[in-house]
Ligand binder design. Structure first.
Ligand SMILES: C[S@@+](CC[C@H](N)C(=O)[O-])C[C@H]1O[C@@H](n2cnc3c(N)ncnc32)[C@H](O)[C@@H]1O
Length: 198
């Protein structure tokens, strides 16, 4: 399959993944105080609903995406936010975070990548998170067993994600969220992984 031209998808308004708001699972994590203060990263953040949902006075929230048009959509819909929120147009794989992040939120980013990028995804997550920082993955579209349907979104499941993060992360929690976007019910799993100390 040809790699996806994400910038062109945004330019031409072909963004079928965009649900228009944050997934209920992120609201669950926030309500249960699972998301810490400090530095938060949202890779492949698209329109950035999750940046707004995570924004708080005691947080620095960084969203990254390849597309200027995605950032423009974010800026048009989220003018005022608490705390410090930055939207960087850059490539996740070459992004240098400096001090590292306390928490990373991945929703519909892992499943959007080509399968041959998954090892790099895990290495980059490990590089960007502080030791003991948490990687939260909302795994979608969940399939068990995984079919041979081609993506994106590529069908994925917890065992698959675990196989990429197991070296550098320990499992904290895996569960089905209480609610999902309409049409995604039963096809999401919330999995939290803590970065091991080097
Ligand atoms: C399926 S969309 C999901 C967007 C958003 N998370 C959402 O749920 O609405 C995947 C996003 O990842 C971005 N993306 C793909 N590869 C990327 C990369 N290497 N670095 C940064 N962003 C990337 C795309 O531009 C796109 O906005």
């Amino acid at each position: 399959m040809a790699p996806v031209d994400w910038k062109q998808a945004w330019r031409s308004g072909r963004t079928p993944w965009d649900a228009g708001l944050s997934p209920p699972a992120l609201l669950e994590l926030i309500a249960s105080d699972t998301v810490p203060a400090g530095r938060i990263l949202v890779p492949g953040c698209g329109t950035g609903y999750d940046l707004a949902t995570l924004a708080r006075e005691d947080r620095e929230v960084v969203g990254i995406d390849l597309s200027d048009d995605a950032r423009a959509a974010f800026e048009a819909t989220h003018p005022e936010l608490p705390g410090s929120v930055h939207y960087l147009v850059t490539d996740f794989f070459s992004y240098d975070a400096g001090n590292g992040f306390d928490f990373v939120w991945d929703y519909t980013f892992f499943c959007a990548l080509d399968p041959d990028q998954r090892s790099d995804w895990a290495d980059t997550m490990s590089r960007l998170l502080k030791p003991s920082g948490v990687l939260a993955t909302l795994i979608f579209p969940f399939e068990d067993p995984i079919s041979d349907r081609e993506g994106p979104p590529w069908p994925i499941n917890t065992d698959l994600v675990r196989s990429f993060v197991a070296n550098a992360f320990e499992e904290v929690e895996v569960r089905e969220p209480e609610a999902s976007h309409p049409g995604r019910e039963g096809r999401e799993r919330l999995a939290l992984w803590r970065r091991r100390s080097p």
